[in-house]
Design a protein around this ligand. Sequence first.
Ligand SMILES: Cc1ncc(C[n+]2csc(CCOP(=O)(O)OP(=O)(O)O)c2C)c(N)n1
Ligand SMILES: [Mg+2]
Length: 363
Amino acid sequence: MSATQPQLNGAAHAPVAPSNDTLLRLYREMLRLRTLDERMMTLQRQGRVGFYGACTGQEAATLASAIALEPQDWIFPALREAGAMLMRGFPLVPYLCQVFGNEGDETKGRQMPSHMASKSVNQVSWGSCIGTQLPQAVGAAMAARIKGDKTVIAAYMGDGATSEGDFHVAMNFAGVFKPPVVFICQNNHWAISVPSSKQTASESIAIKAVAYGMPGVKVDGNDAVAVYGAVKAAVDRARRGEGPSLVECETYRIGAHSSSDDPTRYRDEREVDAWKKRDPIEHLKRVITEQKLWTEAQDADLRAKLLDEVNAAIAEAEKKNDPARETLFDDVYAVMPWNLREQKAEMLAAPPVPRPDAKTIAG
Ligand SMILES: Cc1ncc(C[n+]2csc(CCOP(=O)(O)OP(=O)(O)O)c2C)c(N)n1
Ligand SMILES: [Mg+2]
């Protein structure tokens, strides 16, 4: 399966080939995300963070799609795309401070860990409520079209989200009004414990695009070149004003749904082992090595540097304090109402409540 698979519907949009620079940048970013996820899952097990959601096995679907966007484009993520923020220039330390929920977190420790967002890189938070981001993304795309600012919106979803009413609402509205939105489905075969075979009776998710009057294409989501090719073509098409598309990236959730889940209770480890052989990072490494862009020596050097970078950022993030408790009252009202002013004064007069142990926080 590859991006050369024929269009299911609509005008042809041939896959776009990534440049050598894009491939090398992508490889570095995918490896950094893997390194980060592995370290953070360990920290969670050590009780140093309460919750973590990893992208392991889905780095190509996440990053090779996001690298096809321009900086002014917006990402409306599902559950696996937080790492795109880093690739788009968000610094690692405040990114990790979000997981710790400390004073270095731009969102002031208010969101569940791993639900990062930053206006600085045009990325909203995971909704957590499955599928709600899809109509919101279409709304943002409608706004971009009305403003005529050439912004494209990437609307991500998991396979599970395609069973939600919001998926239909978003696809139908986008099909009719044709705003610049690209729907990207990360079909990782599981929605927590529900296999994708129980999610739909359609032969694919991509084929659903036909009914909504937009092109749909299914690609090997562990092949970064195929993902980039299909998503870049869809992004270019949206930017030209030709409307939405759906790209289904077939991939696999190698790890648990989140740090709160134990997949050995519902799925066969042999399935996981088979998908491990299709690792997206190993795949891209083969591509760049065959193209003589990469050597084993460079690889070993990069891995060591990334581990140092991640460990240094964790150390820096972990030593920060909690957000000042009065920040709880910020950012809601331009002028704080009397009852909140009273509550704030009452809170500040009381001794601070100690932070709960991360081990007691579950998601
Ligand atoms: C509306 C809604 N229903 C149920 C849940 C509980 N829930 C959280 S993640 C998840 C599975 C999502 O699966 P999928 O969309 O395939 O994304 P993945 O986790 O595989 O990336 C479910 C059912 C939720 N958060 N929101
Ligand atoms: Mg899924």
